[in-house]
Design a protein around this ligand. Sequence first.
Ligand code: GAP
Length: 439
Amino acid sequence: MIMERQDLMEKVTALAKRRGFVYPSSELYGGLGGLYDYGPYGVALRRNIRGLWWRHVVDLRDDVVGLEATILAPEAVWVASGHTVNFTDPLVECRGECKQRFRADHLEDTERCPVCGGPLSEPRRFNMMFKTHVGPVEDTASVAYLRPETAQGMFVNFKNVLNSMRVRVPFGIAQQGRSFRNEITHGNFIFRLREFEQMEMEFFVQPGEDERWHAFWIEERLRWYTDVLGIRAERLRLREHEADERAHYAKASTDIEYLFPFGWGELEGVANRTDFDLRTHQEHSGQDLTYQDPETNERYLPYVVEPAVGVDRIMITCLLDAYDEEEVKGETRVLLRLHRDVAPVQVAVMPLSKKEELIGPARGVQRALQTGFRVEYDQTGGNIGRRYRRQDEIGTPFCVTVDFDTLEDRAVTIRERDSMEQERVPVAGLLDRLRERFA
Ligand code: GAP
């Protein structure tokens, strides 16, 4: 790497906008802090991340089922879950010139404003949920909240899933979807957002089995980052929460952290939520949420182990981990060394020139490869070198070039992103050869 780590966030942020991954939301009107839109390559990257999570957490297991619950839920849900009282951050305000607001637990000096040096107020609890009203009358009965976590959807549907599916403890309910938090301080690009997407799984276990399953899911999730997403192991670590930093529902919690340019930060949390949520929903709703073991007839409220992560946070991790620069023939080559399963485009097909006789064969190659890969066809102007660089910047593992020799020898050139090595391959064997190279 020829760049300083502190430059990395800036470079990745610029590349993400330049190459259609991430745009500031409502930028035309000055934007709104902590909100971002995702462009075409960002959408593709996120779909791949979601798909790989779902495959490994749900599809490859026979003890996890899916759910999609609403984003809006009535106040009663959040009173029961404890979020109306406990889902707060300590807010301090500058009493000096700048009047800015900060999270007290993010400040080293809680007396002086980090911007203008003015005195800071005493911390007060600030609830991070977005409140709204459902229906035409804004009275107390119509109060609803945008969910700050997807998890509650799984708890309030626990009995529905139990009664409609053939599930037995231990089993999990998984969900992917948007969550909303009115974060006091957002920032570090898409690391901390006010609207983001979570992927959470509530794994219901017999009390007493919870610690074993907690350890299992910590290892399982850590391995997913290295083996499935290809994130560098040396930039990942586990960190157990101290008692005073645990969420109000957790008995124990371990973060999977990544070494971001600003230091170690939470990528995913794996919590032991005990029976806190089922118990509180049982109490508040008056409904029996216990589970009866069909073999022993024992009745109990299951404990819950929860791996919870944000798509946006995985996305920024993938981009930062993959970003690289190297010197090639006196010029800087920028590339994303994204894992082949994560890359928005897997193969780019390019005719060497816009001449008619090359376009037919190139389109034929594109159609053949689309049966096995995510393919982009690129015949835009610019020499082939410039088109390779563009694909390097979006992380495309292979480019396939159709040139004038193709018309004679029925062969094309495969160019690999990381090594830039080229290989001449017959069109007839191209799909198989690429499958081999992706394996
Ligand atoms: N249900 C448990 C829960 O929500 P959390 O640690 O608050 O736990 C889980 O959030 C994950 O969601 C985090 O590890 C992070 O990946 C993501 N996340 C949380 N707040 C976020 C935010 N403001 N912006 C982006 N991602 C966020």
